[in-house]
Design a protein around this ligand. Sequence first.
Ligand code: NAG
Length: 299
Amino acid sequence: MLMENLVSFVLQSFFPHLLLIILFTSPLTLASDPACQSTCGSLQIKFPFGTGYGCGSPRFQPYVTCKPGGDQLLLTTHTGSYPVSSISYTTSTITINPSDMSTCTSMHPCSSILGLDWTSPFQLGPSTFILVSCPPPTSSLTLKGTPICDPSYAFLCASIYTCPAVVSLGLPLFPPTNTCCVYSPGNLNNKGELDLHALKCDGYASVVSLGDYPTDPSQWVYGVALKYINGVLDNNIIETQCKACEMSGGVCGYAPPSNSFVCVCKNGYNTTMDCYNNYGDGQGVFLSTASLPTGDFPI
Ligand SMILES: *[C@@H]1O[C@H](CO)[C@@H](O)[C@H](O)[C@H]1NC(C)=O
């Protein structure tokens, strides 16, 4: 108690404005940390994506959100949560990197099924699945009676089997390529799942780009590409409002329960217009009422 009084005395004597400064700056700090962020990790987050509840499009938000801490965007489906490694807004494609997907540097048995939700705006995009450690010969692997391996891409199997990591699948170095299968285009079954267990393969790699070195699997870009359908249910008015919001430095969001459009501005204000214009609609009273400490300021 004595110590606290002493500290308080010292603070008040020597730093009389400290408390006021703390009180005065905290609402500003809060206000400059808007509910919706425009980045998550290294990804730029724009409509229809959002970093959390109330951000982006209400059709996307249940499936895509920024992990608390703000460093990783995740796609969540009925089969799990998958890190999103890239977003292309021009081609409406995202790339996910499931943790049990194999790459040249790290191969592992695939423990789970990769599935998409039918109700979500996502569907399988243009990636090439390479199924590895399958029962030979893969030319006889079938789904519903149809062979699934594309022999014209067999060179991808030969390439990926040069990766020393194949031994983690229990394969010898340079294993016979008739245990590998290029499954492209990959299809999901009627549950929306890529079921490798049904194919009896131990693992899979998925390649979104062979880059400049088609025969060097350590240079390939791995991941599962997903297309998203934008604008089907979101009406054009929201698209137009959102463009104006993003142009003014804001982040598009929605206000539950009606899910009406809101533009979340950098200073913490929400508006139905854009951030150039965000003092006019009665929601911008945040700073002037509850949050300002009362009393005189030594300004
Ligand atoms: C602004 O909108 C976002 C997203 O809907 C919401 O999370 C946040 O609470 C709102 N902020 C204010 C100050 O109303």
